[in-house]
Design a protein around this ligand. Structure first.
Ligand SMILES: Nc1ncnc2c1ncn2[C@@H]1O[C@H](COP(=O)(O)OP(=O)(O)OP(=O)(O)O)[C@@H](O)[C@H]1O
Length: 244
């Protein structure tokens, strides 16, 4: 369970997040939707303990992200668009290496790799070196690496960007398959159709502030719109009128 209270983050004079409060629950795929520059990455990097909030708090399964970042990190898997891999390692070597960092034995690691092979169709990525990978192959190993330790909280930030239609399909299917009791998936994107497909609930964020938080159906119903894109513009207009 994630409990975010009055979270703000400024970069110098620039306010990237302003007084953000929400809760996300175990078992849920929680979407974070907003245009470029809305503050999604800042929010997720803060929750992942890579940035320190300017003010406010966030608890992940009761653990404070600023007081005990080490424990928070052990609970997390993160896919953040960076596809850095050691070029000389095969997929299997990469996954065994990261499994070792998380304290899995070789037997545990190999059995987890087999599970992930089945879920993500890793196949020849396992025995080829990363230097030879296509973007889609690279992304599969990056995702497998993020979940090798079966994290309680999985953070995906624009994870589908740069993927072709097949790789994107595989990613979205995998994200849905990650929905499980006791696990929270945070899925951030600016692509409305991805949210419509995977998210149980969605927080719409714009200029560092929450505009709405509900199921997609609830947001369409509340705004009287037929699609998320129209609902988004409706919410923007509403916010502009409120602040006039
Ligand atoms: N290190 C930084 N220093 C100064 N400003 C920053 C920094 N990182 C982000 N920002 C600014 O903070 C705001 C939020 O950026 P952020 O990357 O969190 O948005 P985003 O919703 O993830 O956007 P995108 O979809 O483009 O990745 C933007 O205006 C951005 O220019």
């Amino acid at each position: 369970m994630l409990d975010v209270q009055h979270l703000s983050k400024t970069y110098g004079q620039h306010r990237a997040l302003h007084d953000v409060t929400f809760a996300a629950h175990d078992g849920e795929i929680f979407g974070l939707l907003g245009p470029n520059g809305a503050g999604k990455t800042t929010l997720l990097r803060t929750l992942a303990t890579l940035l320190t909030p300017t003010s406010g708090t966030a608890l992940l399964n009761g653990i404070d992200i600023t007081r005990d970042p080490e424990r928070v990190r052990r609970m997390l898997g993160v896919v953040n668009g960076g596809m850095g891999l050691y070029d000389r390692l095969t997929g299997r070597e990469t996954l065994r290496y990261f499994a070792g960092l998380y304290g899995l034995t070789r037997t545990q690691a190999d059995s987890r790799i087999e599970q992930l092979n089945a879920a993500l169709d890793l196949n020849d990525t396992l025995d080829r070196r990363a230097a030879e990978y296509s973007t889609g192959m690279r992304q599969k190993i990056v995702i497998a690496r993020a979940v090798i330790h079966d994290p309680a909280v999985l953070i995906l930030d624009e994870a589908a960007s740069g993927l072709d239609i097949l790789a994107r399909r595989a990613l979205l299917d995998f994200v849905q398959a990650m929905r499980a009791p006791g696990r929270l998936v945070l899925y951030s994107t600016h692509v409305m159709s991805e949210i419509e497909e995977v998210a149980d609930r969605v927080a719409i964020i714009e200029r560092g502030q929450l505009l709405a938080l509900d199921t997609v159906h609830g947001i369409l119903h509340a705004t009287g719109q037929t699609g998320l894109e129209r609902a988004f513009f409706h919410l923007l207009q509403q916010r502009a009128q409120e602040t006039q």
